[in-house]
Design a protein around this ligand. Structure first.
Ligand code: C2E
Ligand code: MG
Ligand code: MG
Length: 745
């Protein structure tokens, strides 16, 4: 700020000093205070941006000097001897005259004189001029100081502040940007201004707000040698006052077309997070003052904050609608999208399908891989699903391993199934996660929209169809039909009730003897779980095991069955010949995939003290299908405990003999479906015979399941079958009935 007091005192002192007066006085014949000379003038001319004028009592000009040359020169022409009224424009005279009069009365007041030349504003202080300190006033002494710079700075500061307030008030960022570029151009009196925003890939800058341009906005490469690249690289504002003489950065083609001669540019955002560039251009060469660059930076800082907040908000919105692991939309997003489609569908005849995609046995894979790799696998799966769809389709992740797809604008139901198959086919190629290869299949349920169906209906139906696909053996696509609704409802009811059933102890085991068909001698029992439902009576495991298998509850159920069975087996006394009876317990695929299985079996053996060789674990071939290597590993660990392993329902699954050779299997249980045909179907008889002889060759026991008639039993004996199980010998019985059965042998 200009220090009025010291400046005034300095000058006033110089003029009133008797010695100075003596020296400068008398030049033009005037006496005393009003006399000026060359030294005084030279002194005053050294004061930049300053005007000093002396008027006599009649307000006639005596002298005018100062560093504000152009103005001073203009005024100086004919200044001497002319009255104030003649010198000043009429409006200014009217305003200033009272101040001069007051000065003549001995009261000095400052005022502002607006000189209409090149935007300059002069602030004048008008002082009474006396010959002696207490003497009469001889004239008026005026010190004028150019404050247009200060004015400009104030304008700049308030523009920044105003924009800042708007940003705080939450004015939409685009509006703020548009206003900012206009404000910069107006405040600095420039032709063009633009805000260039960094693209997401951080490789180029795109105009986000422009003022004064009339061509199409163009991208600017981040690394380029133009003003934008230069500003991003520099830690402070950059300016080029004249492209013709400053070669640090060249004008872009867009600038050249716009006829730009000078540019000032600043970075928007911090060095750590550069968001873009704010640039202002002039069509004529122009020096940019430091305060102008500060102003530009001030505006840029307000914009940076607004843009950063905007992107934080966008990020939050994105997070609220997307799954963080895969980046896919989440359920909320999906339902929104589906609802929008439905709203449009009401107006035309269009078709869409919702598909539920569930990765088969993902829990097992995940437990085996560990969560980090499991996550990687899910990411890979999600990428494949996404890639298998059209851009207009939506795929969302709605659960751990559950995806849901909306295919819009299909032509037919067949097309929906084609897409579903494409989705499951997309997973055919093995996945490579952390150098391991994994095979993944998925079950897909498809629900095609029918008029009137809501988003909820479609999601529920697709879900039901997916469950049906799982139940049908996984790795398949299933189209929803109305009959599935009741099926699905039953499924969900059971799932629900099963939880309370476990807590209430509604599950317990029955036992079916395994006998030598030749003499009916009991070799052991198979434990089979039963659900004694308070309202619905006994529920078969066939009705709830697949559900428990699906939702993972089988792990807990299985553990309880095993514990109860081993405890029970400990109560059986040996047969008369000292043979200890064996106990067979079923393990589901999900249990086999459970990393806690071996520990769980170990704990049960320990808790019940059952010798391991009395325990057989029954597994089905499907348990190997997903990951044979891992299954083998688990089976070997189980074998090490000393227990036997049996292959259940042999013949129904993959029936791969290689499994029998590959895995440490002690017995095969021929499935009931073959056994029941053994007496009247030569094909079934041939199969059973082949299995028995193969078992013999491999040194593996063979048990025939589901023997219901004497004929079957006889044929089996004829084929060399030594162990059988079936209603012919005994139905599964509750534990209480066992002692009697055992006693009968
Ligand atoms: P599974 O292991 O093959 O069990 C044999 C099934 O055949 C039992 O059905 C049994 O009651 C039935 N069965 C036995 N003899 C005959 C017969 O002569 N004729 C006919 N028609 N059926 C006979 P259940 O108890 O309904 O069990 C069905 C399946 O449920 C079992 O097949 C097994 O896979 C599963 N399961 C039962 N209990 C458990 C368990 O505790 N854990 C697991 N994971 N699965 C179990
Ligand atoms: Mg079994
Ligand atoms: Mg079986």
């Amino acid at each position: 700020m200009f220090d009025w007091t010291s400046e005034r005192e300095r000058l006033a002192h110089a003029l009133s000093d008797p010695i100075e007066q003596r020296e400068i006085g008398g030049r033009d014949g005037r006496e005393g205070a009003l006399a000026v000379d060359a030294r005084y003038r030279a002194l005053v001319r050294t004061l930049p941006d300053t005007v000093v004028a002396v008027h006599d009592r009649e307000l006639r000009g005596v002298s005018i000097d100062g560093g504000a040359v152009s103005w001073t020169d203009e005024m100086a022409t004919g200044f001497d001897g002319r009255t104030l009224e003649n010198i000043l424009p009429p409006e200014e005279y009217v305003r200033l005259e009272p101040h001069y009069r007051a000065a003549l009365d001995g009261h000095s007041t400052s005022t502002e004189y607006r000189h209409a030349k090149s935007g300059n504003v002069y602030s004048l202080e008008i002082l009474p001029l006396r010959e002696h300190e207490d003497g009469p006033v001889e004239g008026v002494f005026t010190v004028g100081r150019n404050i247009s710079d200060q004015r400009q700075r104030t304008a700049e500061q308030s523009a920044v502040a105003e924009l800042g307030v708007k940003a705080l008030e939450g004015v939409p960022t685009q509006e703020l940007v548009d206003e900012a570029v206009a404000t910069v151009a107006e405040t600095l009196g420039l032709d063009l201004c633009e805000l260039l925003e960094m693209t997401d890939d951080r490789e180029s800058l795109v105009p986000r707000g422009r003022f004064g341009w009339n061509d199409e906005p163009a991208h600017v490469r981040v690394g380029s040698s133009c003003y934008a690249g230069f500003a991003l690289g520099a830690a402070k504002p950059v300016a080029n006052g004249d492209y013709a003489s400053d070669a640090r950065f060249a004008p872009t083609p867009a600038l050249a077309r716009a006829g730009v001669a000078a540019t000032a540019a600043v970075t928007v955002g911090s060095a750590a997070r550069r968001l873009g560039v704010l640039a202002a251009h002039s069509r004529s060469p122009r020096e940019f003052q430091p305060h102008e660059l500060d102003f530009l930076q001030g505006i840029a800082n307000v914009l940076a904050e607004a843009i950063a907040r905007e992107s934080a908000e966008a990020e939050m919105r994105h997070q609220a609608l997307h799954d963080p692991l895969t980046g896919l939309p989440n359920r909320t997003f999906f339902v929104e999208r589906l609802t929008q489609w439905l709203a449009r569908a009401e107006r035309g005849d269009r078709m869409a399908a919702v598909m539920f995609v569930d990765v088969d046995h993902f829990k097992i894979v995940n437990d085996a891989l560990g969560h980090v790799r499991g996550d990687q696998l899910l990411q890979a799966v999600s990428r494949r699903l996404r890639a298998a769809l059209r851009p207009s389709d939506t795929v969302a992740r709605v659960g751990g391993d559950e995806f849901v797809v909306l295919c819009e604008d299909l032509d037919s139901q067949d097309e929906a199934l084609t897409v579903a198959k494409r989705l499951s086919g997309a997973l055919d190629d093995p996945f490579k996660v952390a150098d391991h290869v994994h095979r993944v299949t998925a079950s897909v349920g498809v629900a095609v929209w029918t008029p009137g169906a809501t988003a909820d209906d479609l999601m529920r139906d697709a879900d039901a169809a997916m469950y049906r696909a799982k139940e049908g053996g996984r790795a398949r696509c299933q189209l929803f039909h109305a009959g599935m609704r009741a099926w699905a409802e039953n499924w969900f009811t059971i799932e629900d009730e099963l939880r309370t059933a476990l807590e209430r102890g509604e599950l317990s085991n029955v036992y079916q003897p395994i006998v030598d068909p030749a003499n009916g001698r009991i070799a052991g029992f198979e434990a089979l779980v039963r659900w004694y439902h308070p309202d619905r009576g006994t529920i078969s495991p066939a009705d709830f095991i697949p559900i428990a298998e699906q939702n993972g509850m089988i792990v807990e159920i299985g553990h309880r069955v095993l514990l109860e069975a081993c405890e029970e087996a400990m109560r059986w006394s040996p047969l008369a010949d000292g043979t200890e009876l064996r106990i067979s317990v079923n393990l589901s695929p999900r249990q086999l995939g459970d990393p806690g299985l071996v520990d769980s079996v170990t704990a049960v053996l320990k808790a019940t003290c059952l010798p391991p060789e009395r325990l057989s674990l029954e597994i089905t071939e499907s348990a190997f299908a997903d990951d044979p290597a891992r299954a083998l590993h688990t089976l070997r660990n189980l074998k090490e405990l000393g227990v036997d392993l049996e292959l259940d329902d042999f013949g129904t699954g993959y029936s791969s003999l290689t499994y029998v050779r590959m895995f440490p299997i002690d017995a095969l249980k021929i499935d009931r479906s073959f056994v029941q045909g053994v007496s009247d179907s030569p094909e079934d008889a041939a199969i059973v015979e082949a299995v028995i002889s193969m078992g013999r060759a491999l040194g593996v026991n063979v048990v025939a399941e589901g023997v219901e008639s004497e004929e079957q039993s006889e044929v089996l004996q004829g084929l060399g079958c030594k162990l059988a199980q079936g209603f012919l010998f005994s139905r599964p019985v509750p534990a209480a009935a066992l002692p009697e059965l055992v006693a009968r042998g």
